[in-house]
Every structure is written in C-alpha cells, then in structure tokens.
Design a protein around this ligand. Structure first.
Ligand code: NAD
Length: 253
C-alpha cells in the first residue's frame, strides 16, 4: 500500500486502539503520516500495536488509560501533547459490551457501558478540544457509533442507548465548536473484530448474506472512513454520520 500522506504532520489519539477497529485505524493513520497515541486499558495489546507501528517506520506511543474516567482522559490528552506537541484528531472508539435485557441487566453494567461508550465522548471533548485549539489548524473528532444507534438488536439494552447517545452529542459538539473543530460519527455494521468472538460461524455467515455487500466488514473498512473524515477532504463535513455497513441499514429502514 502506498501512502497518500493525507494526515501527514497531524497527531491522533485512538481510544480502544489495542484491538479491532482501533488497531486497524491506528495502523492506517500512522501509515498516512500521523503520529498516533494508542489508548486502551489493555496494556499488552496496546503496546504491541504501538511497537508494530514504530517498527514499520511510523510514530506511535501507547498510553494506558480508562476513557470512562475523567483522570484517564485528561492524562491521555496531556501525554499525547507532551510527546507529540499538538492534537489534531481524536477517535472515540473504546467500548465494553454487556448483553442483557433490562430486567436482567445489573445497574453496574449499564453504568459501565454508558461510561465507556458515551461519557468518554463528552470527556474527550472536554479535554481534547482545548488541546486542539492550541494550534490554528483546528481538529477533527470522530466517534465510533454503530448501526445499533438506528436499528436495535435484542439484549443490547445499554449498548444501543450509548450508541444512540453518541449521535446526539456528535451533533451538539459540531454546533458548539465549529468551524475549527469538526465532529462526526461513523456507524459500523458487522465488522469482524474480537468483539465477535462469541458469534458462531453460521451466524457470521448469516450476517454476511443479509447485507448487500455480501460480506462482513474488516477494521480496514472503518479505518478508511476515519481517514477520510480526519483529512482536509472532509473539511465541509461536520455534525453528521457515515454508515460503513455494507448496506445493512438500507435493507432495514
Ligand atoms: P474491540 O473489542 O476489538 O475493541 C474495543 C477496545 O476498547 C478494546 O481494545 C478494549 O480493551 C478497549 N476498551 C474497553 N474499555 C475501555 C476503557 N474503559 N478505556 C479504554 N479502552 C477500553 O471492539 P471493536 O469491534 O474494534 O469495536 C470498536 C468500536 O466499534 C466500538 O465502539 C464498537 O461499539 C464499534 N462497533 C463495532 C462493530 C463490530 O461489528 N465490530 C459494529 C458497530 C460498532
């Protein structure tokens, strides 16, 4: 793959960067010239991703931080700016998945899913936007929502609420912080990552067969969309959502 340097000289934070979509996006942004802070609670996986990027000639650090906590998000921004001197791109992407119907769900699981999946977007804005505004170049925040924000699936009680909430705060942030800060969300469909470890081969095939693209997506499909939204090519795009779902929503709405 040849580089297009579409984010050359920029600095990106990728939360949930140790695995799946975050990992694939960290690799692509680094390949396209960005210095990348890989943020995760999974230190082993996160360090591996940063090491791999550096060994391929990219620039990456790993920061262990819990994005559901104010202290973690503040530290992730401070360390990134200390290391790379600025902040241009923030991908809010971390998630924890607790499946249960409302009557069976523990309150603690609800709180955790909403904190990792939604509060983290608020905290990312609170600490990330002032850092982005220290340069005259502004910044791009991209939030990984989900097709679950639009169509719900059984037992995704807290997850679907968090993902729908992400669309709301995406719009508000775009209004409050434009024109220099652009804020968008991505709606991934069925993307084969470790999040799918509990899904059988037959169910995976059924998902693939059910969408117009006739395949599951991979982290690289989402990474390309993040790269576009982060780049200057998307300079007139803010406050909106981009579905990267193989056409899943087209058949369900
Ligand atoms: P994944 O499980 O591979 O990655 C999630 C990462 O988030 C993990 O590395 C995990 O350690 C990290 N994480 C969890 N809690 C954290 C915390 N408190 N602080 C920091 N990091 C934390 O999952 P994925 O499939 O790559 O999912 C990435 C994003 O894409 C999520 O927001 C998910 O909801 C969304 N998404 C995924 C799919 C899919 O089919 N895989 C579909 C729609 C949306």
């Amino acid at each position: 793959m040849t580089t297009t340097d579409r984010v050359a000289g920029k600095v990106a934070i990728i939360t949930g960067g140790a695995s799946g979509i975050g990992e694939g996006t960290a690799e692509l942004l680094a390949h396209e010239g960005a210095a990348v802070a890989v943020v995760d609670v999974n230190a082993e996986g996160g360090r591996d991703v940063a090491r791999r990027i550096n060994s391929h000639g990219g620039q990456a650090i790993f920061i262990k931080a819990d994005v559901s906590k104010s202290a973690g998000v503040r530290r992730m921004v401070e360390r990134t700016v200390k290391e790379f001197g600025r902040l241009d791109i923030l991908l809010n992407n971390a998630i924890t998945l607790n499946l249960a119907t409302a009557t069976k769900m523990d309150e603690a699981d609800w709180d955790k899913t909403l904190a990792v999946g939604l509060k983290s977007v608020f905290l990312g804005a609170k600490y990330g936007i002032p850092a982005m505004r220290k340069t005259k170049d502004g910044g791009s925040i991209i939030n990984t929502s989900s097709v679950h924000a639009i169509v719900s699936f059984a037992q995704h009680t807290a997850y679907d609420a968090a993902k729908a909430g992400v669309l709301g705060i995406t719009r508000t942030l775009a209004i409050d912080y434009g024109p220099d800060i652009r804020v968008n969300s991505i709606l991934p469909g069925a993307i084969l990552t470790p999040l799918w470890k509990g899904v059988s081969k037959a169910d995976r095939q059924a998902f693939a067969d059910s969408v117009p693209a006739k395949r599951l997506g991979g982290p690289e499909d989402i990474a390309s969309a993040v790269l576009f939204l982060a780049s200057d090519e998307a300079s007139y795009i803010t406050g909106t959502t981009l579905a990267v779902d193989g056409g899943m929503l087209a058949g369900r709405m």
